[in-house]
Structures are given as C-alpha cells and as structure tokens.
Design a protein around this ligand. Sequence first.
Ligand SMILES: Nc1ccn([C@@H]2O[C@H](COP(=O)(O)OP(=O)(O)OP(=O)(O)O)[C@@H](O)[C@H]2O)c(=O)n1
Ligand SMILES: C[C@](O)(CO)[C@H](O)COP(=O)(O)O
Length: 242
Amino acid sequence: MGLLKRLRKKQESQGPWCAAVVPAAGSSRRMEGQDKILLPLDDVPVLVHTLQALSASERIREIVVVTREDLIVPVGQLCRDCGLDKVTKVLVGGATRADSVLAGVEEVSARAELIAVHDGARPLVTVEVIDEAIRKAAECGAAAPAVPVKDTIKRAVDGVVVETPDRAQLFAIQTPQVFDSDLLLGALHKAVEDGAAITDDCGAVERIGMKVCLTAGSYENIKITTPADMLVAEAILHSRDT
Ligand SMILES: Nc1ccn([C@@H]2O[C@H](COP(=O)(O)OP(=O)(O)OP(=O)(O)O)[C@@H](O)[C@H]2O)c(=O)n1
Ligand SMILES: C[C@](O)(CO)[C@H](O)COP(=O)(O)O
C-alpha cells in the first residue's frame, strides 16, 4: 500500500477531524494574585501540561490556544520551545470565557468536524478521558466528562437552604467538552448575543435544546482555581511518576 493510502487509512482510523480550543485568557482572580496559567507544576507551566495532554490524543489534529493579549508572545514561544506542534494559533481571548471560546471556535470551525473545548487550567486530563468524550460526541453531537459529586449539595438563597437536590442525579462536569463544530459555533454565537450567563460550553448548547451526553471523567482531572489546587495537582503528578 502506497504512502498516501497508508496516511489516509491512518487518518480515517482516527475518526473525524477534531480540533481543540483551549481557553486560557482568564484573570486567575481566585488564585490570590498568581497567574495560574503559567504557574510551574513540577517545573513545567500549567498550560504546557494541558497542551501536552491534548497533543497526546491521536484524535486531536489541531490545537488553538486563546489567551490574554499580554501572554500571546510568551505562550507562542512556550509552544515552540516545548515542541507543541499541534498548536496552530494563539489568539486573544475576551471578557468572558464564552467570548474566549468563541474566538477559538471561529478560527477552527470551517475545518474541524468536532471541537473539543478544554480549560487551560485543567492540566491533569488523560488521553482516556479526552478520547472517550470525542468518541461520544462523534456519536451524539455533544459530550462532556463528569464525575459524581462527593458532597451533599444544597441550593441556598440569602444564606438559607432552599433545596437539597438528589445527590444521585448530580455530577461535576469537566472538560474537554466536545461538540459538532457547527452546533457549537451557532450555540455560542446565540449565547454571546443573548448575554447568557453560561459557565461552560454545554450550557450554550443546552439552552438551544441540545442534549449533552456524559462520559467518564476523573477525580484527577481537576481545574486549577485556588492555591490549594496546585498542592493537589503536584500530589497527583507525583503519584503518576511512581
Ligand atoms: N474571559 C475568560 C475567562 C476564563 N478563561 C479561561 O477559562 C478557563 C476556566 O476559567 P477559570 O478557571 O474561571 O479561570 P479564571 O477566569 O482565570 O479564574 P477566576 O474566575 O478565578 O478569575 C481557564 O483556563 C481560563 O483561563 C478564558 O479563556 N477567558
Ligand atoms: C467549564 C468548567 O470547567 C466545567 O466545570 C467550569 O464551568 C469553568 O468554570 P470557570 O469559572 O470558568 O472556571
């Protein structure tokens, strides 16, 4: 079999063309003055761990990073220095997470069948979690990893509990959140135009009536949000080394 045929067969075996969009343009307000995206985790910046994990998935053909204006140059240099060849663009983000994600989706939507949106602040995701979400999204159009919540969750108003939802029906949703490319582009445009207060990308497609399928997440796929998360992340990394 000729080289071209082998390459095409390999590409077909990897399934639909999936691009990753990595929102990394936040302000790290909950990090007590540290910028979490470039914080060293075992001497490697958080964002580099994230991009290495995404690059390890054969299903992800391309990665677009969306970051703050002041980080465009250093992030681009980091990608080159670390050999992150799947990163094709580093774009400027927006005021909200949805704005930032939309900037990345607009960049790749014309050439990607599926788009995996993964937080730059989730450096410990594994290829297994990534590939299962992509596989499921190829099947149902929208999928995201989740884990059952461990604590009992209360809904409260003005400091008074008003509801205790059934814990069996509660899941902490993670990323990568993976979608049909056209679906996500349209849903995000509408959410941003409507000024919808969505905190994840599933929220954008849910609000237009799309069902989102859950896949297996991992309690190790944490989001770096507060300083304590860095301690947990270091411990998880060291446990993997051993
Ligand atoms: N306008 C924004 C806000 C957030 N993000 C990204 O979305 C991911 C999840 O957001 P979060 O953890 O809330 O990051 P921050 O917004 O930086 O955190 P904080 O809310 O504490 O400021 C992060 O990788 C963050 O960089 C983004 O790209 N653009
Ligand atoms: C997308 C997300 O990671 C799913 O849990 C989460 O909603 C991001 O929230 P943030 O406030 O933007 O960190």
